[in-house]
Design a protein. Structure first.
Length: 280
């Protein structure tokens, strides 16, 4: 069976775990190495077990039907697209909790913190992030970038801008440690860090620096299917342009907001964009 190119390896690297950790109790490490190298697997049971450990939906890496508990990447998508209530209910699924391996707990608590922050529960969010940071292994660098970013967003919501800036700088310090090719692979995570950092720059009245960060975020954001993130970034761009009196650039950002919503085919996003553009 042919798998989506690099799907298992990419998820394993995102979690910052070794092939031995993933293969433990499922298959020999050499088999996993061969699967990652060739993107082929013949044993569906092994594939299901590997995906469960990596919190992947089997149907997202191979063309088969499956019935399984919602994995964490799907819950991430719900959060990213503003469906926090759905994400929260799925995170509380007891079957999901039973299936979670220890190395997935930091990501689980990170996602719970994102939801808490969206619901303005800043104290709860910070507690969950502290737990996630404490559980994260040193090699789970991508998760640590996300955790520091969400900590910064939580401090910003508390109007504690110095602490927020400190957290974003920590996240950016980790990002700088990666080669450009690796940075490109986690472009969505980095773009999210830059988004929050640019929002903070706007809060402290530095629209020029905010605008520069937005440009960097858009440059590293993957080209496909990130319409919600594009809309968020371009909304910030509009605010920057207003403060910098860049009228032509503001109109361009508004046009891109509308275009991203249209291409998304997401009715809720289209409605949100329509009401937003009508106000300005």
């Amino acid at each position: 069976m042919k798998l989506l190119k690099g799907s298992l390896k990419r998820r394993r690297e995102q979690l910052g775990i070794s092939q031995a950790d993933v293969a433990d109790g499922i298959c020999h490490q050499s088999l996993l190495s061969r699967i990652e190298r060739t993107d082929e697997i013949s044993n569906i049971t092994v594939l299901q077990q590997l995906c469960a450990r990596l919190q992947l939906r089997v149907s997202n890496v191979a063309k088969i039907n499956e019935l399984t508990v919602t994995p964490l990447p799907v819950i991430r998508y719900l959060i990213d697209t503003g469906k926090c209530d759905q994400a929260a209910s799925r995170l509380e699924n007891t079957a999901l909790l039973r299936r979670l391996p220890a190395f997935a707990l930091p990501e689980y608590n990170l996602l719970k913190a994102k939801i808490a922050l969206a619901q303005n529960q800043t104290t709860v969010a910070m507690q969950l992030l502290q737990i996630a940071l404490g559980d994260a292994e040193k090699h789970q660098m991508e998760l640590m970038i996300e955790i520091y970013t969400e900590m910064g967003a939580t401090w910003a919501k508390k109007d504690e801008y110095v602490y927020a800036l400190e957290c974003y700088e920590r996240a950016c310090g980790l990002i700088k440690g990666y080669r450009p090719a690796v940075q490109a692979e986690m472009g969505n995570v980095i773009a999210n860090t830059y988004y929050h950092q640019s929002a903070l720059y706007l809060m402290i009245n530095d629209p020029k620096k905010a605008n520069e960060r937005i440009t960097q975020a858009l440059e590293i954001l993957p080209a496909k299917n990130h319409f919600h993130q594009i809309v968020k970034l371009q909304k910030l761009r509009v605010q920057c342009c207003e403060q910098l009196s860049l009228l032509e650039e503001k109109q361009h950002a508004q046009m891109l907001i509308y275009a991203a919503a249209e291409f998304s085919k997401d009715v809720n996003l289209k409605d949100d964009v329509k009401s937003y553009l009508n106000k300005i």
